[in-house]
Ligand binder design. Structure first.
Ligand code: AMP
Ligand code: TRP
Length: 335
C-alpha cells in the first residue's frame, strides 16, 4: 500500500462492447460492488480497449454503448458516492503512459499472452493495438497506484504482466509504481457456457449462440429458458463427487449468487433430479437479475445523470493519473 493512503486502492475496467453476461457479473461486477466499502475504488469504462479490432468497431453505437454500460454498472450496485466511474478516453494520461510503458515492454512478453494468441489466430490482419492491449491495461492500473485489481480468471495473466512491466520500469529507471495484485474469487471466476460447459461464457459466443449465456438485461422468461436448456449429462440426479462440467457450472452459479458454502449447496441438491436443480438455479438468477434490469431501465432513461457521473468520476481521478504520469516522465528524462 502506498504510504499516506488510508485504504487500499482498487482499480478495474470493462469494455463497452457486447452485452454483459452472468459471467461478467459473478466474476467481476458483483466483486466490485460487494467490496466498495472496504476500498478506495476506481472503475473505468475502457473505450480505448474497444478499438483493438477495427473491423469490429461499431462507430454508430460505441458512444451510446459507453453510457449504457455506465447505467448497467450503477444498476449492479456501483455507488458513485464511494467509487469513481469514468471513461478511459476522457483521461489522456492512459494513452500517454501506455506509450511510455510500451517502450519498456519486450514484444515477446506480449506475444505470449493467451488472449492475444487466440484473438490474433482468428484474424487475417492483426493490428499493433491488439498486441499492445495489455500495455494499455497496465497503464490503466499503474497510473492509479492500484493495490488490487478485481477481475475474472481470464484476466489474471494481464495483471501479472502489469506487475512485470512495472518491475522492468523500476529496474531501468527508479521505483514509482505500486505493484498490483489480482483479486480473483476462489470460485466463480470462470463461469462456463450454458450450451457448452467446456468453454468460458463470453460476450462473443453469446452473440452467435442463443443458449450460450444469460445477459444481465434478459427477461425472466429468457433466463428460465436458458437455464432449463443448459447442457448437463446423461445422468438423472445430482451426485456430489461425480459432477459433470455442466452440472458443476450450475452449482457454481448457485453458490456465487446465494453466497452459501459449496458443501451446503451440494448437500442441498444431492439426489435431486437435474430439472429441480435447474429450477432452483433459474429462480435465483431471476431474483438476482430482475432488480438490476429494472434499475438499468430507469437509469438509462436519464442520459444527463449518467453523463454527470462520468464527468465527475473523470474529474476525481484525473489528478491521480497526472501525478503518476509526471513522475514517470521526469524519470525518463522528458521533464
Ligand atoms: P470481458 O467480458 O472480457 O469484457 O470481461 C469483463 C470482466 O468480466 C473481466 O474481469 C473478466 O475477467 C470477467 N469475465 C468475463 N467472462 C467471465 C466468465 N465467463 N466468468 C467469470 N468472469 C468473467
Ligand atoms: N482487459 C480487461 C477485460 O477484457 C478490461 C480492462 C482494461 C481492465 N483495463 C483494465 C481490467 C484494467 C482490469 C484493470 O476484461
Amino acid at each position: 500500500m502506498t504510504a499516506g493512503r488510508q485504504q487500499q486502492r482498487v482499480f478495474s475496467g470493462i469494455q463497452p462492447t457486447g452485452r454483459l453476461h452472468l459471467g461478467n457479473y459473478i466474476g467481476a461486477l458483483s466483486v466490485w460492488a460487494a467490496n466498495q466499502a472496504r476500498y478506495d475504488n476506481i472503475f473505468c469504462i475502457v473505450d480505448l480497449h474497444a478499438l483493438t479490432i477495427p473491423e469490429a468497431i461499431r462507430v454508430e453505437t460505441l458512444r451510446a454503448a459507453r453510457r449504457e454500460l455506465a447505467a448497467l454498472l450503477l444498476a449492479c450496485g456501483i455507488d458513485p458516492a464511494r467509487s469513481a466511474l469514468f471513461l478511459q478516453s476522457y483521461v489522456p494520461a492512459h494513452a500517454e503512459l501506455a506509450w511510455l510503458l510500451a517502450c519498456v515492454t519486450p514484444v515477446g512478453w506480449l506475444e505470449r499472452m493467451t488472449q492475444y494468441k487466440s484473438k490474433a489466430a482468428a484474424l487475417t490482419t492483426v493490428g499493433a493495438g491488439l498486441l499492445e492491449y495489455p500495455v494499455l491495461q497496465a497503464a490503466d492500473i499503474l497510473l492509479y497506484q492500484a493495490d488490487l485489481v478485481p477481475v475474472g480468471e481470464d484476466q489474471r495473466q494481464h495483471i501479472e504482466l502489469a506487475r512485470d512491466i512495472a518491475r522492468r520500469f523500476h529496474n531501468l529507471f527508479r521505483p514509482v509504481f505500486t505493484l498490483p495484485e489480482p483479486l480473483v474469487r476462489p470460485s466463480g471466476a470462470r463461469i462456463m457456457g450454458l450450451d457448452d460447459p467446456t468453454v468460458k461464457m463470453s460476450k462473443s459466443l453469446a452473440e452467435e449462440r442463443p443458449g450460450h449465456a444469460i445477459a444481465l438485461t434478459d427477461s425472466p422468461e429468457r433466463i428460465r429458458n436458458a437455464v432449463m436448456g443448459a447442457v448437463t449429462d446423461s445422468g438423472r440426479e445430482l451426485r456430489p463427487g461425480e459432477l459433470s462440467p455442466g452440472v458443476a457450472n450450475l452449482l457454481t452459479i448457485y453458490e456465487a449468487l446465494s453466497g452459501r458454502p459449496r458443501p451446503d449447496v451440494e448437500a442441498e441438491f444431492a439426489g435431486q433430479g437435474y430439472s429441480a436443480v435447474k429450477r432452483a438455479v433459474a429462480d435465483l438468477v431471476v431474483s438476482t437479475l430482475d432488480p438490476i434490469r429494472r434499475r438499468y431501465l430507469a437509469l438509462s432513461a436519464d442520459a444527463g445523470y449518467l453523463d454527470r457521473i462520468l464527468r465527475e468520476g473523470a474529474d476525481r481521478v484525473h489528478p491521480i493519473a497526472r501525478a503518476t504520469l509526471d513522475r514517470v516522465k521526469r524519470l525518463m528524462g522528458l521533464v
